[in-house]
Write a protein that binds this ligand. Structure first.
Ligand code: ATP
Ligand code: MG
Length: 141
């Protein structure tokens, strides 16, 4: 397990890049953390780590954003998904593969339907307005 302290949105981006250098193609990455913690912000730095210049937006309504690239990056938001039937209908299981990386916001909702290996990234707010504690678990951390 590895812990990082971020004191700004930009620093979360830099930390995301550092973390993602160790997350290879074929991975599943599960975010946890409250609304506004910084999961979507983290994704912007993550894409930079893979040299992907796609525009990152919150997939809350689309459920999944496809950013393309090599590795092929998919960004899910499971905020409204809470059954395994719903999870299947997002196409989640079809996107998993050696050439892709799946990043999942609100993984809390689908965690019981998944089995390892995966990376877990928790982003926690602190009493300081712009400070976040980022905790990473998974192979190499
Ligand atoms: N250190 C920090 N790291 C990341 N975001 C920060 C930080 N400090 C302040 N913020 C602010 O917190 C907000 C994070 O929003 P973001 O959309 O990334 O959260 P989220 O976890 O994806 O939320 P949601 O669950 O609603 O999708 C942004 O407005 C950002 O400017
Ligand atoms: Mg978000």
């Amino acid at each position: 397990m590895q812990t990082f302290i971020s004191d700004s949105e930009a620093e979360t981006g830099r930390i995301a890049q550092e973390i993602c250098k160790k997350i290879p193609s074929g991975s599943l990455v599960l975010f946890t953390g409250d609304m506004g913690a910084g999961k979507t912000t983290f994704m912007r730095g993550a894409l930079q780590a893979y040299g992907n210049d796609a525009f990152v937006s919150s997939p809350t309504f689309a459920l999944v954003n496809d950013y393309g690239g090599d590795p092929h990056i998919y960004h899910f938001d499971m905020y409204r998904v809470d059954s395994v039937e719903d999870l299947f209908s997002t196409g989640f299981f079809d996107y998993l593969g050696a050439d892709s990386i799946l990043f999942v916001e609100w993984s809390e909702n689908i965690r019981s339907f998944l089995s390892p290996p995966f990376f877990e990234i928790d982003i926690a707010k602190t009493p300081a307005e712009t400070q976040r504690i980022i905790t990473v678990k998974g192979s190499g951390f």
